[in-house]
Design a protein around this ligand. Structure first.
Ligand code: GDP
Length: 319
């Protein structure tokens, strides 16, 4: 911890949308700073305003291009916007990385936009712990919408999507995406489908495939359920982006109307609390038993004088 981190002052400045205070707070929560608890407590009353929108899809589908186009459209509509570019496979965090992501430079000098990249390597608790805290900072700073863009690949995409109020799944022609999407189970998590690169052959086919898959059922086929719209875009030219913004707003309205927003947020808070609690239990386990007690128990399991369940029960009971 830097000496004299004045958390109340930082939070106050962040609430006035001071970009330096926002950046500093995100760094602090991301690095599991000793003042994390104080920050979490100070931010608690100021949350719940921002709609968190996750963008997922295969690399190259156009997430970064779409994010930038969406920022432009949302800014034009007078919204304050946060962007978290999350790369679960990169060791680099901070603002600098996004300098490489040229499209974002259009927004670099706009004080209604906060852009931040986050990475996970080497962090205690990983990204799943840090991202919700960063979201709270952006929320407190008055963002109307926060876009979470996953940069890397893999399971983390789905994990990050679970942090969002609204999840957009991007597909594009020529990427075998229809099958990929089904495989990864991301069809189930999508609130909005975006078929990007609609300037290319095959976009209509991708949209048709999606519509066909939707017709086969799933959670969206129940009465009164939200039916994820399929929006075609040419993100590189900004085409269709207004329709995406409209779909985001419609989904928000639908969630508000059906109590879905608070349901999702409670579910999210529950898994967050659970993760923190389990982390604390693990820490406590280490403090109470150390490696010696664990070694001793392990030896007893190996020589057959006890079984691993009984040994674990004993150690847990001693907490
Ligand atoms: P990401 O990896 O999902 O973030 O994808 P990017 O946004 O980096 O885009 C990958 C490539 O596709 C880049 O070369 C973009 O310029 C290009 N691209 C993005 N949107 C479109 C589009 O609508 N049409 C076409 N033809 N290319 C696009």
């Amino acid at each position: 911890m830097r000496r004299g981190t004045d958390v109340p002052e930082l939070v106050e400045r962040a609430r006035k949308a001071d970009p330096r205070a926002v950046a500093r707070l995100i760094s602090l929560v991301e690095n599991d700073s000793p003042v994390l608890r104080e920050i979490a407590s100070a931010l608690a009353p100021f949350g719940g305003h921002a709609q968190v929108v996750g963008l997922t899809g295969s690399p190259g589908v156009g997430k970064s291009t779409s994010t930038s186009a969406l920022v432009g459209a949302l800014r034009a509509a007078g919204k304050r916007v946060g962007v978290l570019a999350v790369d679960p496979s990169s060791p680099f965090s901070g603002g600098a990385l996004l300098g490489d992501r040229v499209r974002m430079q259009d927004h670099a000098t706009d004080d209604g936009v906060f852009i931040r990249s986050m990475a996970s390597r080497g962090q205690l608790g990983g990204l799943s712990a840090a991202v919700p805290q960063a979201l709270r900072v952006l929320d407190a700073a008055g963002c109307d919408v926060v876009l979470i863009e996953t940069v890397g690949v893999g399971q983390a995409e789905v994990e990050i999507a679970s942090l969002a109020d609204t999840t957009m799944v991007l597909l594009a022609p020529g990427m075998g995406d229809g099958i990929q999407a089904a495989k990864a189970g991301i069809l189930e998590i999508a609130d909005i489908f975006v078929v990007n690169k609609a300037d290319r052959d095959g976009a209509d086919q991708v949209a048709r495939d999606l519509r066909y898959m939707q017709s086969l059922g799933g959670r969206h086929s129940e009465a009164g359920a939200w039916r994820p719209p399929i929006v075609k875009t040419v993100a590189a030219r900004g085409e269709g982006i207004d329709q995406v913004v409209e779909a985001i707003a419609k989904h928000r309205a639908w969630m508000d109307e059906h109590g879905e927003l608070s349901r999702r947020r409670r579910a999210r808070a529950a898994s967050e609390i659970e993760a923190i609690a389990l982390g604390q239990v693990k820490l406590r386990f280490g403090q109470v038993h150390g490696s010696a007690a664990l070694d001793a128990a392990a030896a007893r399991v190996v020589d057959g004088s006890t079984d691993p369940y009984a040994a674990a029960e004993e150690l847990v009971a001693a907490l």
